[in-house]
Design a protein around this ligand. Structure first.
Ligand code: 5GP
Ligand code: MN
Length: 349
């Protein structure tokens, strides 16, 4: 159960971690289970080594991620502002986990860019930017949590994976695979999971919190979204769900309430990719998901200034909902060229 790391890089990471006292663990805006799970796992492990390790996020994580041990200790730039900027400025080391470029940090970016502390990237998104002294970029990993597990082992710290660390790591694997629904065909992943279970993880409880929990309001919003706001483009194998401010207000939308909604249309036979657009205060949040080899990261990058993974990507579109919807519709015929035989077979049930 080993990943091919560059031995010198692993040694360098270990030396950096051992030599640092104040270690800041950062992740992308709108933190998800993998962003939080990977940073909180390292926080927990480093604290048992006597380090002053803290997780710093651009904005507050959603409520349902509180099941991850240590989630309440996270310091968000949106709440702590200059205090977290001082922490990053005064750090001995900054870990950049589950993101591949400074722009993913939103308004936390300038502080991470300006720090004199060395930065280390630990991530599974493609095309990492070069802003770190060490880069562990493994796009084939299901999650940054899976990668973090392998790195901890490679550094010889496997014994430091206690129940808490293992629970954090399991959380990110669960959320980045949608509860083992996608990106989870590697046999290796199940060896990692078995090893985490041996450390006492309550996997069933995590699944309930992270996958099977919906507030009544969010369940109603999702039902409304599918009944009234989902459009299917059968010939293009595509689905689009649009939620405007009115929709969100009517159901008392709270951050995280539509987590998972974008996946729903993929259940429909024939649908290969799905797009969900939500009106935010000053942008349109775009989320896309796909089956097989249909590249939604490419669409998000080309049309909405975003990015992500082959099958799960997103973006923040600075424009109106009408424009965003028009761009999506106009791209449909062009996107047909991206539909492979394999994707058609995947979608055909
Ligand atoms: P989600 O749809 O859950 O927000 O994001 C799905 C995936 O796309 C995640 O891996 C996330 O990191 C990536 N992603 C989401 N929004 C953006 C964005 O604005 N820019 C880039 N580069 N990636 C994004
Ligand atoms: Mn991730």
């Amino acid at each position: 159960m080993n990943v091919e790391f560059n031995t010198a890089d692993v040694k360098a990471l270990r030396t950096l971690l051992e030599g640092a006292r104040r270690i800041m663990l950062t992740c992308h805006m709108s933190p998800d289970g993998d962003a939080l799970g990977s940073t909180l796992a390292m926080r927990s492990l480093l604290r048992t080594m006597g380090k002053d390790a803290r997780v710093i996020t651009p904005d507050e994580p959603p409520h349902y991620l509180r099941v991850i041990p240590g989630a309440r200790t996270v310091m968000a730039w949106s709440s702590f502002g200059s205090r977290v900027e001082s922490l990053i400025a005064g750090a001995d080391l900054v870990l950049c986990m589950d993101y591949n470029g400074i722009s993913r940090l939103s308004r936390l970016g300038p502080a991470v860019e300006a720090t004199a502390a060395p930065r280390v990237l630990i991530d599974h998104h493609k095309n990492p930017e070069s802003f770190t002294v060490l880069t562990f970029s493994y796009p084939d990993m299901s999650s940054t949590c899976e990668l973090t597990y392998h790195l901890i082992r490679a550094m010889g710290w496997e014994d430091r994976i206690d129940t808490e660390v293992a629970t954090c790591l399991m959380s990110g694997i669960i959320t980045d695979t949608g509860g083992f629904h996608y990106n989870s065909n590697s046999p290796e992943l199940y060896r990692v999971l078995a090893s985490l279970m041996e450390r006492g993880v309550d996997k069933d409880r995590l699944m309930r919190w992270l996958v099977d929990t919906h507030s009544a309001a969010s369940m109603r919003l999702e039902a409304h979204a599918i009944a009234e706001r989902m459009e299917l483009f059968a010939d293009d194998h595509a689905a689009l769900v649009v939620l405007e401010k009115d929709d969100l207000d009517r159901f008392g939308y709270k951050k995280g309430d539509t987590e998972g909604l974008v996946n729903k249309p993929l259940a429909i036979p024939g649908i290969i990719y799905s797009c969900y657009m939500r009106q935010e205060k000053d942008y349109i949040k775009v989320s896309m998901r796909s089956l097989a080899d249909f590249p939604v990261d490419r669409l998000c990058r080309e049309y909405f200034g975003g990015g992500g993974h082959l099958n799960a990507a997103g973006g923040e579109f600075r424009g109106t909902m009408e424009e965003a919807v028009r761009i999506f519709r106009e791209a449909l015929p062009r996107n047909r060229e991206l539909i492979s035989q394999r994707a058609l077979e995947y979608a055909d049930r």
